[in-house]
Design a protein around this ligand. Structure first.
Ligand code: GDP
Ligand code: IMO
Ligand code: MG
Length: 424
């Protein structure tokens, strides 16, 4: 039995949902460990498409699904997601950590207000209250799932917190005021609905160490609050290490760390993106890859694969293998480029800088490849015979990724469906 971790190596939307669904077949338990409903993970099974924001992707396969302590939970969204799934005939086997923090109405209001204050320098958040909820967690001003399901504690926390938030609204010039009774009534109902699912997930996971556990990351390493393009990041630890703090599973127990690498790069929201292509190439990637946000519907910015980014992500997460996704989207391009280093002020750099000013000076150094096209029959052959059956142009592209990163490719995804996957 083993514990596998799947995380994003870029700016999110790498296809983590699909990869988790693929490995989910053999898993007993699937765990979300950070982020909230800023995430949007898509799974395609036959003609059915599922989009999950909070529920771990394992729910579609009927696996035990855990929302870990590192996740921030909007109860309204979670209940909606559970109800939608029930309508589709699936009863989620869900367990929610009593330590997970709750996104409250004031978090959503403050998310919008902070973005307005940032003006031109806005982050382009999903507006779901993620940043303010994590801020309150760190400031020890949060409400946790264990508090939500205990009316007495909820009331006590709200009496103090709503007073504080209303004062902040006033100082910020936000016209809204929240009422303790109203918020209490609504949120204690959510608590009542969810209470049987809330428990000590740390205890549960430690009792289940002999099972097959899959840890499902959200966002990507470049959105990590420490290692990403700060301040244009999300507010959680999206790298491999986040899985331990967000679930209570110690690092030494994690057997495999799989970095999901989209064959090109996308980014939603603002912030630096060195290999961005605001041209016909970007248009090709956006259209062929259907690059529109799962959560907000925004068009994703598109560009070439950036191995400086990927190497940074794999290194800090301790990746043991790579899953390449959306390789099919590169088909139809006559030439394909990959950045493997940067030129900054005339110096060759191959690690990702921390400072926005340095990042702004990046000129990517590319290697070029001949394009390719592959038929389903050719992919079937790769499934039977392995990498050697790949046409030489694709092979060169993938070999370059392995050589530069020093990490082996374990899986290739060439379409959104479950079957469009080769395991190597
Ligand atoms: P996540 O947030 O990392 O789970 O990724 P999203 O679900 O937000 O975005 C990935 C999108 O690409 C979804 O619409 C998937 O159905 C789709 N997808 C996943 N893998 C592949 C692939 O190999 N090829 C193509 N064409 N689409 C894919
Ligand atoms: P998945 O799990 C892509 C981005 C937002 C914004 C920044 C901060 O589907 O890969 P936030 O609302 O988190 O405060 O926004 O992070 N972002 C994502 N981009 N995929 C995601 O999740 C994202 N979650 C947040 O667009 O730039
Ligand atoms: Mg997504």
């Amino acid at each position: 039995m083993s514990i596998k971790l799947v995380f994003g190596t870029q700016w999110g939307d790498e296809g983590k949902g699909k990869v988790v669904d693929y490995y989910g077949e053999k898993a007993d338990i699937v765990v979300r460990y950070q982020g909230g409903n800023n995430a949007g993970h898509t799974i395609k099974i036959g003609d059915d498409v599922f989009k999950f924001h909070l529920l771990p992707s394992g729910v579609v396969r009927g696996k035990i699904s855990v929302i870990g302590n590192g996740v921030v939970v909007d109860p309204e969204v979670l209940i909606h997601e559970i109800e939608e799934l029930r309508k589709r005939g699936i009863e989620p086997k869900l367990i929610i950590s009593d330590r997970a923090h709750v996104i409250m109405p004031y978090h959503k209001i403050l998310d919008g207000a902070e973005e307005r204050f940032r003006g031109k320098k806005k982050v382009g958040t999903t507006g779901r209250g993620i940043g303010p909820c994590y801020s309150d967690k760190i400031a020890r001003l949060g409400i946790r799932m264990g508090d939500l399901i205990d009316p007495e504690t909820l009331r006590e926390r709200l009496e103090f917190l709503i007073q504080l938030k209303n004062r902040i609204f006033e100082a910020y010039g936000i016209p809204e005021r929240l009422d303790v009774d109203e918020v209490f009534e609504k949120y204690s109902e959510y608590g009542e609905y969810l209470k049987d699912m809330v428990r000590d997930t740390v205890e549960f996971l430690h009792m289940s160490m002999d099972k097959e556990i899959l840890l499902e990351g959200a966002q990507g390493a470049m959105l990590d609050v420490d290692f990403g393009t700060y301040p244009y990041t999300t507010s959680s630890s999206t790298i491999g290490g986040g899985a331990s703090t967000g679930s209570g599973i110690p690092p030494s127990k994690i057997d495999e760390v799989i970095g999901v690498v989209k064959a090109y790069t996308t980014r939603v929201g603002m912030g630096p993106f060195p290999t961005e292509q605001e041209n016909e190439i970007g248009k090709h990637l956006c259209e062929k890859g259907h690059e529109f946000g799962t959560t907000t519907g925004r068009a994703r910015r598109c560009g070439w694969l950036d191995l400086v980014v990927v190497k940074h992500a794999l290194r800090i997460s301790g990746a043991t293998s790579i899953a390449i996704t959306k390789i099919d989207v590169l088909e139809g391009l006559s030439r394909v480029k990959v950045a493997y280093a940067y030129d900054i002020d005339g110096k060759k750099v191959d690690n990702f800088p921390a400072n926005l000013r340095d990042i702004g000076k990046i000129s990517p150094i590319y290697k070029e490849f001949e394009g390719w096209n592959m038929t389903d029959r050719e992919w079937e052959k790769v499934k039977e015979e392995g990498m050697d059956a790949l046409p030489s142009n694709v092979r060169e592209y993938l070999d370059f990724i392995e050589k530069e990163t020093g990490i082996r490719i374990k899986m290739i995804s060439y379409g959104p469906a479950r079957e469009e996957t080769v395991e190597l």
